[in-house]
Ligand binder design. Structure first.
Ligand code: HEM
Length: 431
């Protein structure tokens, strides 16, 4: 039976708590106010796993909420294209959809085969588990410094004081960005990912914020690339600055966009996995105790934190030709929206998906996506989370929420902007 087509989407409320007429899985306000719409996704997985969403100020799309469908779509990159629609965004009242020409970007996430593979290969060696392991001492040091900075305090904002600091430092080290510029890098990522959130807007609206931040990043990296072309080092910026595709240096747009995506993709996501991970441990003190007493659980804990927090909410794909998903006909040019956090609570893939279980095994989560565009930085993100939670498990003697959290106003990357905690941190061993 084709549920998505047989449900009366124009009629009154269908049975249950939600109506397919009004169910909201895309308004950034909804995410900011209520967090992830897990109840809605659960409803859709059950009643309309391939659901055509037509709403004011959103280009129509098919919401894909089952893991099996996300896997099938992601593994056919020639049928399901990443370009031209990166993700689904809802416009503000009176806001115009910006033409891509207003902010040209050409990076892995909006490239398709065969170009995508060529560009991905330029850096794939730098992100293998082995290459990334070599960064462990540096990540250890960065994390220890960040924690030492809050030693002796009883309260902090876990996001601004701790979880946001490690990823920006790691990616900046990787790219060779000098320490004095880290705060600026941090601001740009907030503005690009959080452009829809008034806290990060500096122009009149989200478009202006995004365009401005993009332009400044491009200017910054242009200067850095020019310098690295003269004096190449070992950093990722030097690799890209001197790389060749078909015997030619990378065109400027592709080069700048690559660097921008590395900065943006590696920051907010890891930050939010860290924040959401700590929250989950605070809310499940038994799991935190387990991690403290059995450090060998760190790897499975990291996977569970990735599954549980699923910081990337969605990416989109566009059908290259007429096709079907779960019996629903989807025409060439129509787009699907892959909701990763929904896949990560899919009852068909996980036992007790709503239980946070740091020893979960197996844990075939989709927090990093799957297939052709599988997260390039997943090994790095895993390493960062491993180091952070290992150090927290060793040093954090006590933590509780000290006030309400503030969530990011975004239906693209899920985030906690502020999370005040009361805490007690002890010295690192050997200090
Ligand atoms: C917890 C942290 C992270 C999460 C949850 C995450 C999640 C994702 C997801 C869902 C995708 C799209 C996958 C798909 O379409 O199948 C992706 C792609 C990507 N991520 Fe991550 N990511 C994280 C950290 C990082 C880090 C640390 C970096 C980098 C340095 C990074 C760089 C990238 C890049 C470059 C892509 C594009 C890959 C491609 O299109 O081929 N990510 N990530």
């Amino acid at each position: 039976m084709q549920l998505a087509q047989t449900l009366n989407t124009n009629g009154p409320a269908v049975s249950g708590e939600f109506s397919l007429d009004t169910i909201d899985i895309i308004s950034p306000d909804h995410y900011q106010k209520n967090g992830y719409p897990h109840a809605e996704w659960t409803y859709l997985r059950k009643h309309a796993p391939v659901f055509h969403v037509g709403r004011p100020r959103v280009d129509p799309f098919w919401a894909i909420t089952k893991a099996a469908d996300i896997i099938e779509i992601s593994k056919q990159p020639r049928l399901w294209l990443n370009g031209p629609r990166l993700a689904v965004f809802k416009l503000e009242e009176g806001e115009e959809l910006l033409a891509p020409e207003a902010y040209p970007l050409k990076h892995l996430l909006n490239m398709d085969p065969p170009q995508h593979g060529t560009y991905r290969a330029l850096l794939s060696r730098n992100f293998t588990p082995r290459a990334v392991r070599a960064l462990e001492p540096e990540v250890e040091r960065i994390t220890r410094d960040v924690l030492d900075d809050v030693m002796g305090r009883q309260q902090c904002d876990f996001v601004t004081d701790i979880s946001s600091k490690v990823p920006v430092a790691v990616i900046a080290e990787l790219l060779g960005v000098p320490r004095t510029d880290w705060p600026t890098l941090f601001r740009w990522t907030n503005e690009i990912i959080g452009s829809g959130d008034p806290e990060f807007q500096r122009g009149a609206d989200s478009n202006e914020t995004f365009i401005q931040a993009r332009m400044e990043m491009f200017q910054y990296f242009s200067a850095m690339v020019a310098e690295r072309q003269k004096n190449p080092g070992n950093d990722v910026t030097s690799i890209l600055a001197t790389a060749k595709v078909d015997g030619q240096p990378l065109p400027t747009l592709e080069l700048m966009s690559y660097l921008l995506v590395l900065v943006v993709a590696g920051n907010e996501t890891t930050r939010n996995a860290t924040t959401g991970g700590l929250l989950a441990l605070v809310e499940n003190p038994g799991e935190f105790r387990k991690l403290k007493t059995d450090p060998s659980l760190i790897k499975s804990a990291v996977e569970e934190i990735a599954r549980w927090t699923s910081p990337v909410i969605q990416f989109s794909r566009t059908a290259a030709q007429d096709t079907e998903v779960r019996g629903n006909k989807i025409r060439a040019g129509e787009s699907v929206c892959l909701f990763y956090p929904s896949a990560n609570r899919d009852e068909d893939l996980f036992d007790e998906p709503f239980r946070f279980d740091i020893a979960r095994n197996p844990n075939p989560h989709l927090a990093f996506g799957i297939g052709e565009h599988f997260c390039l930085g997943s090994n790095l993100a895993r390493l960062e989370l491993e180091v952070i939670f290992r150090q927290l498990a060793q040093r954090l003697e006590f933590a509780e929420l000290a006030g309400p959290m503030a969530r990011l106003r975004s239906s693209f990357v899920g985030g906690i902007k502020h999370m005040p905690i009361n805490f007690r941190l002890k010295r690192a061993e050997g200090q």
